[in-house]
Design a protein around this ligand. Structure first.
Ligand code: S3P
Length: 175
């Protein structure tokens, strides 16, 4: 349970855990804005995430994520869906914390690897294209620790979206 009222709620978790659908439903429920860090990067660069990976490489994409993180803290009344690797980068977490000043609440949407995998296996996400199922599962396992280190609350998202939204609202006070 988070004690301080949050001005922004960030959703993190592995690809396919439901950050976008839960984020949109949560923002609708709160009448807050909705942002997606991947969409922000795509808009800024004018090309898609797969193209960014192809042209500039993953490292450059992570740098872009960090830049976006430093702007997120100024957002009020906003639900933010983050890319699956966003909060696994120390510098990105630091940039977010510095700009948000403690008014952000981070929610980990918990989901089994198999559920995530079934949702992402046919997508054009670079990590999915460039890794086998076994390699993705290794990344999944490693990231669980990283997500849990930054998350204020962990919410299971294996059922219906509206139930997840209500569970988040029970755990996080908002103004
Ligand atoms: C990534 C997840 C993607 C996107 C990029 C890298 C990752 O976002 O940011 O392809 O490293 O897990 P979603 O989690 O929204 O699919």
């Amino acid at each position: 349970m988070v004690k301080k009222a949050a001005q922004s709620i960030l959703l993190c978790g592995f690809m396919g855990c439901g950050k976008t659908s839960v984020g949109q439903a949560l923002s609708f429920r709160l009448k807050w804005d909705f942002l997606d860090t991947d969409t922000m990067i795509e808009k800024r660069e004018g090309i898609s995430i797969p193209e960014i990976f192809e042209r500039f490489g993953e490292q450059e994409f992570r740098r872009m994520e960090m830049e976006v993180a430093s702007q997120l803290g100024r957002r009020k009344n906003t639900v933010i869906s983050t890319g699956g690797g966003f909060l696994t980068q120390e510098k990105t977490v630091q940039a977010l914390r510095e700009s948000a000043n403690g008014f952000e609440a981070i929610v980990l949407l918990d989901c089994s690897f198999e559920t995530c995998y079934q949702r992402i296996k046919n997508s054009d996400r670079p990590l999915v294209k460039n890794n086998t199922k076994e390699q993705l599962e290794e990344i999944f396992i490693k990231r669980q620790l990283q997500y849990r280190r930054v998350a204020d609350v962990v919410i299971l998202n294996e059922g219906i979206v509206s139930a997840t939204v209500e569970q988040i609202l029970r755990e996080i006070p908002v103004l």
